[in-house]
Design a protein around this ligand. Sequence first.
Ligand code: AMP
Ligand code: ZN
Length: 114
Amino acid sequence: MAEGCIFCRILRGEVKGEVLYNDGQAFVIRDIRPRAPVHLLIIPVQHFTYLTYLNQATEPMVGHLFTVAEEMAKREGLGANGYRLVMNQGKDSGQEVAHLHLHLLGGKHLGTMG
Ligand code: AMP
Ligand code: ZN
């Protein structure tokens, strides 16, 4: 848990933001600036900053984010048409929030990457 972290603050109920899912390991909110009709953020409950610091011990935590993403995609009705998962790391990616999170985007044709 980190004092000023926006995602930790949402989880603690200090900042407005609906938590759509929480299993104690990961929670899910809607992105405040959606880039697609469905834009969710899958976030580990534990405050963990950057992909750079992943190691063998954090593999289950990261793997769990993907399992939750697939579950949320089903709940949001994206199963048939698919979706995109994105995780940003550092300056060149435009990463804004220093609490690891997986973007789930869908609900329209997202175009090719690049
Ligand atoms: P990233 O650029 O990968 O760090 O993504 C951070 C995401 O968090 C951005 O897409 C923001 O729109 C989103 N975001 C920032 N503040 C909030 C908030 N209070 N509630 C929901 N999403 C937020
Ligand atoms: Zn945090």
